[in-house]
Ligand binder design. Structure first.
Ligand SMILES: [Zn+2]
Length: 336
């Protein structure tokens, strides 16, 4: 009998470290099995659908209706924050090319890449932008040819995120910047949820689920030396001599105002005797700090929004040819 690959599920080893040791975490409401690697703590679907089943989804028009304008603004904010004003920029998984179009207007030599023919067609029709129709791993760019590489909402979909980040490292110039976003399992709404299986970002196409810790191990395994993180819409809680400290990331106050509007209002009146619209950024941070303490959040990395945006400058300390990428080898499915 011929196997129907469009509906098959396969058990996989950890896509980050290659370990076959994993523990089940939960079964999502759509029926996917979330596992956690016992070696590196990475969480991923296993068994997961074979590639053909998921890839088909990216060719549906519906997928491109989800383009997130806020994400484009955040990338432009991060570039401005690092005084990066021009140069060569690659947007991997660019969808219909919105970021490419915006970056070009701001003076960047921007290139977009997306494997979907539907995306290419829409980019040409809607934005008059030509994009490259390919996966990053299948396309040969000159080494060290980009100042900035962007991957928005790519790595959670990727069958081999380590290979992708390795390619990114190869094509970035020394000191170049990689900006990427993924959902973050350490987001507050998820941490506070009673029934985590109901989490709305456990969808079929999100086969990898990152935290800042696993972002870091992904980058280190791909050859980035001592990656420095710059967060957006994100905060870290650290213990210090003075007690618990809240370290806000870029754009944090803005997202806090939006996402915590309902709890900011009573706290603003109680703590500062004014409406939340009149709060200074520092006052917003004080309120969030108090709430974080009352929720008993432990030191670590959290986001208010479901996604985390991270930028990392390239320091590539080793000969990339020496990096061994553990292949994400499927385990044979259990047969009765
Ligand atoms: Zn692992």
């Amino acid at each position: 009998m011929v196997e129907d690959r469009s509906t098959s599920l396969i058990e996989i080893n950890c896509p980050l470290c290659g370990s076959s040791e994993k523990n089940p975490v939960l079964q999502t409401r759509e029926g996917h099995f979330l596992s956690q690697c016992t070696q590196c703590e990475f969480q991923f679907y296993s068994p997961r659908p074979v590639s053909a089943k998921i890839e088909a989804y990216y060719h549906e028009e519906e997928f491109y209706e989800k383009v997130n304008i806020t994400a484009v603004e955040i990338v432009m904010d991060i570039l401005a924050h690092h005084q990066l004003r021009s140069g060569k920029l690659l947007d991997v998984g660019c969808g219909v090319g919105t970021l490419v179009a915006v970056a070009r207007k701001k003076g960047w030599d921007a290139v977009g890449m997306d494997p979907s023919e539907k995306a290419k067609e829409l980019a040409r029709k809607v934005l008059d932008v030509e994009i490259i129709n390919s996966y990053l791993e299948d396309f040969c760019f000159e080494p060290e040819s980009f100042d900035v590489v962007v991957l928005l909402a790519v790595l959670e979909h990727a069958f081999d995120p380590l290979s992708i980040m390795y390619q990114v490292g190869k094509i970035l110039k020394p000191g170049g910047q990689v900006i990427f976003s993924t959902p973050n399992l350490n987001n507050l709404p998820y941490q506070l949820m009673q029934n985590k299986a109901e989490y709305s970002w456990f969808v079929k196409e999100h086969i990898n689920h990152f935290t800042i810790k696993t972002h870091r191990s992904l980058l280190e395994k791909a050859g980035f030396q001592n990656p420095e993180f710059h967060m957006s819409g994100h905060f870290a809680i650290e213990d210090s001599d003075q007690g618990r400290m809240l370290l806000p990331g870029q754009a944090f106050v803005r997202s806090a105002r939006n996402l915590l509007a309902s709890s900011l209002e009573p706290s603003a009146q109680k703590m500062f005797g004014k409406p939340s619209s009149g709060l200074t950024d520092q006052e917003v941070l004080e309120i969030i700090g108090q709430q974080a303490a009352s929720w008993d959040l432990q030191p670590g990395e959290y986001t208010l929004s479901h996604a985390v945006y991270t930028s990392v400058r390239k320091k590539w300390g080793v000969d990339p040819r020496q990096i061994i990428i553990p292949q994400c080898t499927p385990e044979p499915p259990d047969r009765p």
